[in-house]
Write a new protein. Structure first.
Length: 268
């Protein structure tokens, strides 16, 4: 019995209260020092789930992730998978922020169960450094999140789930949960306000203002630009319906569903 307990205590995924915010688990700096100070290990968990909670699309959720996504795309020869994004990511804006768009992979499942399957396979495949997923909140279950958390551990992948504000009232196995809302003093899209709902080694936090101040903020700071356009600068308008049948999701025990890398637009 004593030996079993000792073996358990040696597991790197076990957190003990004496650890506090210090951990040997893999983390990646967020690019925002004030946020790093709140997080275990000083950054995003690179082998677990992060939940981004919010009801305002384009509030800055992608801008918050950009520094880490850029770092991963440059440092690791692995995919950054986007599963069922609500709009097409705008390649020139991603490239301007330092993301290697050759590492960006878009997956477009038709149904919620296919979305969950594709997200799980991407997380545990060992070929993705990050997996961003937009599940249907009407059908997402706690057991689904538990499987995705385990898949992220298995594949050493950072999973990011985008969920509505109401999800903050529900329990979740995700290691980190952040609730986002617009910052009244930054209605030009140059910042947001976030609250840590759940983190390793700490209690929920008070609201924290985040200022972006990146190249996209400066580039889109002209007076003719609306706040909505600045906030959604990383999204491209959905394309018209294709004339040819789209590539569909096919379940396979050996590989992920067919998907296409993002292509740079010829337009600025």
């Amino acid at each position: 019995m004593t030996q079993s307990i000792e073996n358990l205590l040696q597991q790197r995924h076990l957190w003990r209260a004496t650890d506090g915010l210090h951990t040997e688990r893999g983390t990646l700096a967020t690019g925002f020092p004030q946020l790093d100070d709140l997080l275990a290990g000083g950054g995003w968990p690179t082998d677990g789930l992060t939940e981004i909670l919010g009801d305002v699309p384009g509030v800055g959720e992608l801008r918050l992730l950009l520094p880490a996504l850029a770092e991963l795309s440059q440092r690791r020869a692995r995919w950054i998978a986007w599963v069922a994004p609500p709009w097409l990511p705008y390649a020139p804006a991603l490239a301007a922020a330092g993301v290697d768009v050759r590492r960006v992979l878009l997956i477009h499942p038709k149904h919620h169960q296919d979305l969950l399957w594709a997200t799980e396979q991407a997380l545990k495949s060992g070929t993705c450094s990050a997996v961003l997923s937009w599940p249907d909140p009407r059908h997402l279950r706690h057991g689904d999140l538990r499987r995705l958390q385990l898949a992220a551990r298995e594949g050493d992948s950072w999973g990011v789930m985008f969920r509505p504000d109401t999800a903050a009232e529900q329990t979740s196995p995700a290691e980190l949960r952040l609730q986002l809302e617009p910052e009244p003093e930054c209605m030009d899209g140059s910042g947001l306000r976030l609250r840590v709902v759940k983190r390793r080694g700490g209690w929920p936090s008070e609201a924290l203002p985040i200022r972006f101040g990146d190249c996209l903020t400066r580039r889109l700071a002209g007076p003719e630009q609306t706040a909505a356009l600045r906030q959604l600068a990383l999204w491209q308008s959905p394309p018209p319906a294709p004339t040819q049948p789209a590539r569909t999701l096919r379940r396979s025990a050996a590989r992920l569903p067919r998907a296409t890398p993002i292509q740079r637009s010829a337009h600025p």
